[in-house]
Design a protein around this ligand. Structure first.
Ligand code: ADE
Ligand code: ZN
Length: 339
């Protein structure tokens, strides 16, 4: 199974680049930038990665991101992630960045975007990994702040492929951002939204009806609403599910309780993603392995999850056809799919 997963072409559609900051790089960047971290060493940082819920993680995640100052820091962060992708046979990524986490500290938008984009271009050249870049608003901040960030992004719109919404979900429903999402859509940007991670199924409906999302990020609480389940199965509106993240943030007690395969078998367009892999104990390959090990996912199901990600991606039809063929060929070669 490990060999099968290692060779399966995979796509990542839910990944926060700031969540790929490994403690080793965090310390290296802190030293390079003359900053002091509140932990003595890498081991102490890792030991602090015990989370009770989403907020306890976010507190550490925003603190970690404070070592990112220069364009080269954002390049190094992103390129390190793409190296991990190449090792995991990830062939396409659609990643989030949180500009407000950086502009609030006085880091110019252009520095953040420039470093990430340069690394994505270098990763495409070095590893053949295609990419899209999604600017995400922080939902614990105001809609006005999101409008200001969108205005800052406007000169760079051609370099952005979509808009998302992340950070603390409870008490910050999608409706709070209906105005700024309407503006993003009017500018031609497709939108996605974290919903139904800790928040209720009603937030997923809001993301669909009021934000007009192209995908739901997480969405696992859809299981509480039979009508929503039917809607998601009928429309194939994709969910970007993050199994290791959900267990580490106690959305599910353990992997054995995760509903991802149940949702897959109900016909939903479920995709597998790593969210913040440096904090949650594994990149995309490790998420696939956890499904096989702890949920007994079959090779056919793993192929289907990868095919769903092709369907859910923002790739061209030609690229979708090519990746579909590659995944099918891998499945057939391992007797997971008909040849
Ligand atoms: N920002 C980074 N990771 C997140 C997650 N899992 N949920 C909400 N916001 C996030
Ligand atoms: Zn996320």
């Amino acid at each position: 199974m490990e060999h099968f997963i290692a060779g399966l072409p995979k796509l990542e559609l839910h990944l926060h680049i700031e969540g790929t900051l490994e403690p080793e790089l965090m310390f290296a960047l802190a030293a390079r930038n003359g900053l002091t971290l509140p932990w003595p060493d890498v081991g102490a940082v890792r030991a602090a990665y015990e989370f009770d819920n989403l907020q306890s993680f976010l507190d550490l995640y925003y603190l970690g991101a404070s070592v990112l100052i220069h364009e080269q820091d954002f390049f190094d962060l992103t390129f390190a992630y793409l190296k991990r992708c190449a090792a995991d046979k990830v062939v396409h990524v659609e990643i989030f960045f949180d500009p407000q986490t950086h502009t609030a500290r006085g880091i110019p938008f252009e520095v953040v975007l420039g470093g990430i984009e340069r690394a994505l271009q270098a990763g495409e050249e070095s590893f053949g990994i295609s990419w899209r870049l999604i600017m995400s608003f922080l939902r614990h901040l105001s809609e006005e702040a999101a409008f200001a960030t969108l205005a800052e992004a406007e000169p760079h719109l051609a370099r952005l492929h979509g808009v998302g919404l992340d950070s603390g979900e409870l008490g910050n429903p999608p409706t709070k951002f209906a105005g700024v999402f309407a503006r993003a859509r009017a500018l031609g940007l497709p939108v996605v939204c974290h919903a139904g991670e800790e928040g209720p199924a009603a937030y997923i409906w809001q993301a669909i009806n009021e934000l007009q999302v192209r995908r739901i990020d997480h969405g696992v609480r859809c299981v509480d609403d039979p009508e929503l389940l039917r809607y998601l199965a009928d429309t194939r509106l994709p969910l970007t599910v993050c199994p290791l993240s959900n267990v580490r943030l106690k959305v599910f007690e353990d992997m054995g309780q995760h509903n991802v395969l149940t949702l897959l078998e109900k016909g939903l367009c479920i995709t597998i993603n790593s969210d913040d892999p440096a904090y949650f104990g594994g990149y995309l390959g490790a998420n696939f392995e956890a499904l096989a090990r702890d949920l007994g996912a079959s090779r056919e199901q793993l192929c289907r999850l990868s095919l769903n990600a092709v369907e859910a991606s923002w790739l061209s039809l030609a690229d979708k056809a090519r990746l579909t063929r590659d995944i099918r060929a891998h499945g057939a070669c391992h007797d997971a799919l008909p040849g």
